[in-house]
Design a protein around this ligand. Sequence first.
Ligand code: AKG
Ligand code: FE2
Length: 203
Amino acid sequence: MEELLDHISAEIYEKSYAIVDGFVDESFRKALLEEQIDLLNRGKFRQAAVGVGENKQIRTEIRSDEVLWMDADNLSANQATYWAKVEEIKKILNQRCFLGLRSFEGHFARYPIGSFYKRHLDQFHAVPHRVVTVILYLNDSWAPEDGGALRMYFPQEDGTELTEDVLPLGGRLVVFLSAEIPHEVLPTHKERISITGWLRDID
Ligand SMILES: O=C(O)CCC(=O)C(=O)O
Ligand SMILES: [Fe+2]
């Protein structure tokens, strides 16, 4: 874990994002996945919304995933274990990158076949408290032809843009600065399961 945390903080410092394969071991990944599938089967997921506060709305032409927010006061044992790992990330990013991170919020996400999330930034202009995005993918397997890649955009000084596509491989963690990296989820051809969260600079 120490090494992974060092890697994450160095990458965030240098290039605003980090990708770590095998952030959780296979048995823990499967436990999180099973828990999520159970919650899904019990009808606990809701159509995801875009925007914040009064502007929050369901716009399936922008995003068509389903989510279940984690309740910090009612975490399952597995959720608490994951939460504690994210707290470690928070600590190292505060020590090494001085980001002033104070709290975490997160949700399970399910992208059904055909769903997507169009290009966006995770930090809202009106409520700029999401500083770092942390995503853990839980899928059993993933191939390029399954679609559903996370596409990150990197605007260049000459006005052009580079992109990087990241497959949602199980156990893979993606961390990036929420205000800096526009991204989207390309249409998925297979059910796609993850935990997405944000480290914030408020309590
Ligand atoms: O699942 C992903 O790869 C990205 C999800 C995302 O962009 C979001 O929930 O804001
Ligand atoms: Fe996002």
